[in-house]
Design a protein around this ligand. Structure first.
Ligand code: HEM
Length: 141
């Protein structure tokens, strides 16, 4: 699915994380709501449970790089739930780029190869979630 070099790059950057997951996710939401304040109202007041789920999902993805196809159904279902949360297709690009910017600040020696590899992973996940949302919006007869 992904070239070995891309998987290696994602894995190696995950191993270079230099902050606790709670710090990373707190920073992610702070950045997200600074660049797109209108998104804040979509989330609950207490972001901590949400932040944990997001980080768990990132961990699952990193650990599943060799068999991402096992996650297709799960990611499509996640996308369908996101449609119910009111998430639009355009918002995936916003969230994806904030995620990459956040990782850039929390991964030691982050470089363009890291960004390119993570961008592929984020695009892959977003595409599947959007597919799930579309199917949910208009299920095949
Ligand atoms: C790479 C894409 C994304 C991933 C992997 C992701 C992951 C998650 C996860 C794991 C949850 C926990 C709840 C559940 O499993 O249903 C969640 C909830 C949520 N996500 Fe995302 N998400 C993504 C994109 C987005 C985007 C683009 C938005 C738009 C603002 C968004 C907004 C939300 C909201 C509002 C919730 C529900 C919060 C709540 O009511 O508890 N997510 N997301």
């Amino acid at each position: 699915m992904f070239e070995d070099a891309v998987k290696q790059q994602v894995l190696s950057s995950a191993l270079r994380l230099r902050t606790a997951s709670s710090t990373l996710t707190r920073d992610f939401y702070a950045r997200l709501f600074t660049s797109a304040p209108e998104l804040r109202a979509m989330f609950p007041e207490d972001l901590r449970p949400q932040a944990e789920k997001l980080f768990d999902m990132i961990l699952v993805l990193v650990q599943s790089l060799d068999h991402l196809q096992m996650l297709v159904t799960e990611l499509e279902a996640l996308g369908a739930r996101h449609l119910d949360y009111g998430v639009t297709e355009e918002q995936y690009a916003v969230v994806g780029s904030v995620l990459l910017d956040t990782l850039a600040d929390h991964v030691a020696d982050w470089d363009e190869a890291d960004r390119a590899a993570w961008a592929q992973l984020v695009d892959y996940v977003s595409d599947l979630m959007i597919t799930g949302a579309r199917d949910h919006a208009s299920p095949a007869a």
